[in-house]
Write a protein that binds this ligand. Structure first.
Ligand SMILES: [Zn+2]
Ligand SMILES: [Zn+2]
Length: 302
């Protein structure tokens, strides 16, 4: 199960009742945050989540509305007596940007590790899941992210019996472990069927629509996408500032055949995003105007 919360849904500046766009995902005891603008730690607190167990923070890009909350977040994590390392992932320049911000948060009780993205696409594996980063099209270097939870194949009892694999090893093989005994080596592929469909979350902001996003979001269980402008007539403005309209986001959701889409990163002038959703749902029916604190559990298909 991948536990998701859209902590905020604002673009450019935090507003009363609307924090800046940030996502929190939890899987198997690990917490991943994407983007950390001003006030993100308050949004987390409102949700009742502790900042201490955040293990990875990914940044889409270094505009202030996506990273200015970092120094305060780091200090709060330090005050919570975190000692485990924190991994930061972001476009080239990450260490330089973070070290500049850390002038006001120099002493922390935990180490920071950096993973700078330099290629158009990256796949970063962790235990049981992976983070995929892909370049998008904004006015500075910007990446979208997938969080993918893999699911190994079904355990095939008949095969285990046929191969005379001792019963005591079955559950470990089922979890993907390789077992070595003095007489034999048992690998999971002996008893597991083909990998099954896992869980995929796609998050992308700030960007124009691109074919790369459609490709990378393909089949996602949840597509969280920027919708800077609800008004379809703001398409030219969206093009100029390298953002997109709700309708452009809906068109990508449709073409990527995602299961559902949540919009986020609203312009501060857009006070009632719901007002524009009828037009969006004509293009992609499973679209929702994201709201601060909106959460869901993404589950494996049975
Ligand atoms: Zn932004
Ligand atoms: Zn931006």
């Amino acid at each position: 199960m991948l536990d998701i919360c859209l902590l905020g849904t604002g673009g450019m500046m935090p507003l009363p009742y609307r924090w800046l766009t940030s996502l929190m995902a939890r899987y198997n005891g690990k917490s991943i945050m994407i983007d950390c603008g001003e006030g993100t730690q308050i949004a987390m607190k409102e949700k009742g989540w502790s900042p201490k167990p955040v293990d990875i923070i990914c940044f889409t890009h270094y505009h202030a509305d996506h990273i200015s909350g970092l120094p305060g977040m780091l200090l709060t994590m330090g005050n919570a007596e975190r000692t485990e390392p924190l991994l930061l992932i972001g476009p080239k320049g990450l260490a330089r940007v973070v070290n500049s911000l850390r002038v006001i948060a120099p002493e922390l009780p935990f180490p920071i590790e950096y993973l700078e993205l330099t290629e158009p696409e990256h796949r970063i594996p962790f235990d049981g899941f992976c983070i995929e980063a892909f370049r998008v099209n904004h006015n500075v270097i910007c990446y979208g992210y997938n969080i993918v939870v893999e699911r190994i194949g079904r355990f095939q009892l008949e095969k285990a019996q046929e191969l005379d694999i001792p019963k005591q090893y079955w559950s470990r093989l089922q979890k993907g472990e390789t077992i070595e005994t003095p007489d034999a080596v048992y690998t999971p592929d002996l008893v597991l069927g083909p990998p099954r469909k896992g869980i995929k979350l796609t998050y992308c902001t700030d960007t124009r629509p691109t074919e790369g996003i459609v490709k990378n979001a393909a089949g996602a269980d949840l597509f969280i996408c920027e919708g800077m402008y609800g008004e379809p007539e703001k398409k030219d403005k969206a093009r100029e500032y390298k953002h997109m309209t709700f309708l452009e986001a809906a068109d990508m959701a449709k073409r990527a055949r995602v299961k559902q889409m949540w919009l986020t990163h609203y312009s501060p002038s857009l006070t009632r995003p719901e007002e524009y959703m009828d037009g969006v749902r004509k293009i992609f029916p499973q679209a929702v105007a994201g709201k601060d604190g909106k959460s869901t559990d993404l589950l494996f298909e049975e």
